[in-house]
Write a protein that binds this ligand. Sequence first.
Ligand code: PMM
Length: 280
Amino acid sequence: MERVWHCGRFELPLSSALVMGIVNVTPDSFSDGGESFEPRSAVERGLKMVADGAAIIDVGGESTRPGSDEVSPAAELARVQPVVAALAHDARVPFSVDTRHASVARAALEAGASIVNDVSGFRDPEMVRVAAESDAGVIIMHMLGEPKTMQAEPSYTDVVDEVGAYLLGRARELEAEGVERERICLDPGIGFGKTLEHNLALLRRLPELAALGYPVLVGASRKSLIGAILGEPDPRRRLEGSLAIAAWAASHGADVVRVHDVNETVRLLRTWRAIEGESA
Ligand code: PMM
């Protein structure tokens, strides 16, 4: 039987890795800060990503880069809602809302989003309620602490075991609260309270996370681990590293790769699949 990820009115096939395109409607994201802060340019960016082969678009109104301050839910919603509504109007693909706030998630779902992407792993019981009352897909991400402090000496005994146990525990709790298993996707949270070695271990041992039995998302695009490996301070110049990680992740159990450079990633994965022998 084909594995699928249930996200509202969409059943996403998981036979090969899906590309999720990132649209940050923020003035200060580390990776594309300000590029699509105007709603119209954010929508255009999203539609271009769909044309380039993105299977999902992730719309975010709050920067969660290390050290960033929290945005008020009202300000976040004002950024996200027009973009989600416009994209949903033309939707051939599902859209996720990248938020930690229940009010933003609820409004985005009403505006047409099909997935809630919570980098705080549905810590807020109200977020769990929003998820349970909807039919949306949910992405549970692991983050150590808060964006403001998460990179202050993160420490684990075994990062892969601990992140895996955390994600499994959160998934079980959401299921107990009424979120069906087939709606849940897990994400180790590359860069969220992790050193370079932690991030590399999570990628190296990705099959262990995939073995938990849920779809797995990996988001490493343009992140600082690539900067550290390549000695490249400019996030916009980390394409090769981003592609290398997307290829590695897709061939080691990731079902979704969250990226800024959709066209390049789709072409990379199409080539990869041609070698593997699946239909390209
Ligand atoms: N990374 C960022 C924001 N949201 N959501 C998920 N599920 N996984 C991630 O790795 C993730 C995320 C930060 O990166 P950005 O500023 O480029 O969006």
